[in-house]
Design a protein around this ligand. Structure first.
Ligand code: AMP
Length: 116
C-alpha cells in the first residue's frame, strides 16, 4: 500500500493542527478548509483506503469510534447544535485524493445541497 500524507501526520513526521486524538482515531484541521469548520477524522490504522474496503465483521468497532469522535469534535468546534455534514469520499468520481479513509466534518455555515 502506498504511503500517504495522513500516515506521516499520524506518526507526527509532518505537522497538523490536531483537535482530537485517542488510541485509534486522529482528528485535525483540513489544510484547505471548505467551511469555517473543516476537520478530517481518520483511523490511525493505515490499511483502509476507502469506504469500499469496509466490512462490518472487521470494522464495526472502528466505525463506531470514528462517529463517536465526530460527535465529540462537533461539540468541541461549536457546531453540534447548529448542525454539520460528514462526507466520506470513496474513489475517483467522488474526488477522493488521499487513499486513507477519512471523514470530513464540515460546519459553521449553511451548507448547500446537492454537493458539486
Ligand atoms: P479527499 O479529497 O476526500 O481525499 O480529502 C483529502 C483532504 O485532505 C483534502 O480536503 C485536503 O485539503 C486535505 N489535506 C491534504 N493534505 C493535508 C495536510 N497536510 N493537512 C491537512 N489536510 C490535508
Amino acid at each position: 500500500m502506498a504511503e500517504t500524507i495522513f500516515a506521516k501526520i499520524i506518526r507526527k513526521e509532518i505537522p497538523a493542527n490536531i483537535v482530537f486524538e485517542n488510541d485509534t482515531v486522529l482528528a485535525f484541521k483540513d489544510i484547505n478548509p471548505q467551511a469555517p469548520v473543516h476537520i478530517l477524522i481518520i483511523p490511525k490504522t493505515t490499511e483502509i483506503e476507502s469506504a469500499r474496503d469496509l466490512k462490518s465483521e472487521n470494522h464495526s468497532k472502528l466505525l463506531g469510534d470514528l462517529f463517536d469522535v465526530a460527535n465529540e469534535v462537533a461539540k468541541k468546534m461549536g457546531v453540534f447544535e447548529s448542525g454539520f455534514r460528514l462526507v466520506l469520499n470513496s474513489g475517483a468520481d467522488s474526488g477522493q485524493e488521499v487513499p486513507h479513509i477519512h471523514l470530513h466534518l464540515l460546519g459553521g455555515r449553511k451548507l448547500t445541497w446537492p454537493p458539486g
